[in-house]
Design a protein. Structure first.
Length: 284
């Protein structure tokens, strides 16, 4: 079979699924059409000879397209394109839109509109389409653990649960202890708040600033942070406890944390300016 015809047939077979993903991401039937069309264009321009799961590949592509569209809304500080109720079908050509809107529900769409773009993507892909966090993580530029946290936070909001203030308060104490030990060069104090198997990762921008790409183990991570953190402050980043590093009055690095029990189990240093600018950051 001709390759172009093969791709077209497989794309058409996936169209309903792609529209469902895009509608839950965007909440706007007009934007759904744009996202699906852009996905087809990317497919037609790509070499998919090594792709084993074309359906999964298409899901990843439309998720990236929708994430870009959501972030563009945020950067323009626009009112979300998705209305507070599902858009009605314009005509019979899009008769399935009304059915999609009914299946999602107006109340859910309203809540989804309040989520940050990365939260919405993680929740939609994992909770609605069973995409593993290992596949979601590279789309949002996070680790699988961080992607899981995004979905968990979104799930709490969707379910109407209040934010876990007590948990945040507990984590704040752990972060404060970590920063105090770091500033004072207190090696033992650092060990006390680090999981023995803690892992530190740094993105390429952080590596260019002198960080190692990966550090494993409490002793090695403690040695790295000993006597530092002079410009670091505790912060909420996308609703989770983290550390913000500020130079010259500008946020330069975000240290995303995975806290297990009463210890820090993972640290991810993000210095890429574009990613840092997409975070919702509240510095304490």
């Amino acid at each position: 079979m001709d390759e172009k015809k093969f791709l077209a047939e497989n794309f058409e077979a996936s169209r309903g699924h792609l529209r469902a993903v895009a509608y839950r991401m965007l909440g706007s039937t007009a934007e759904v059409d744009d996202a699906v069309q852009e996905t087809w264009l990317r497919l037609s321009r790509s070499d998919t000879s090594a792709v084993e799961n074309l359906g999964g590949w298409l899901t990843t592509v439309i998720a990236r397209v929708c994430l870009d569209m959501l972030r563009a809304r945020k950067s323009r500080r626009e009112e979300p394109m998705g209305p507070h109720v599902p858009e009605p079908a314009a005509d019979d050509t899009h008769g399935r839109e009304a059915e999609m809107a009914d299946s999602v529900g107006a109340a859910l769409l309203v809540v989804l509109e309040t989520l940050a773009p990365a939260e919405r993507l993680a929740f939609v892909l994992h909770d609605m389409f069973a995409v593993p966090f290992e596949e979601i993580a590279p789309i949002v530029g996070r680790t699988p653990a961080a992607a899981r946290q995004l979905a968990s936070r979104a799930r709490r909001r969707v379910q109407g649960a209040p934010p876990p203030d007590a948990d945040i308060s507990r984590q704040r104490k752990i972060v404060d202890a970590f920063l105090a030990a770091s500033r004072n060069g207190d090696f033992e104090g650092l060990l006390a708040v680090l999981d023995p198997d803690v892992v530190f990762h740094a993105d390429q921008a952080a590596q260019r600033l002198g960080s190692l790409a990966e550090i494993r183990g409490a002793a090695a991570v403690a040695e790295t942070f000993k006597g530092r953190a002079q410009a670091a402050k505790p912060a909420l980043v996308d609703g989770e406890m983290a550390i913000a590093v500020i130079f010259g009055g500008k946020l330069r690095i975000v240290l995303q944390l995975t806290i297990a029990g009463d210890r820090i189990a993972a640290v991810e240093a993000v210095a890429d300016a574009e990613r840092v600018g997409q975070f919702d950051v509240e510095v304490f």
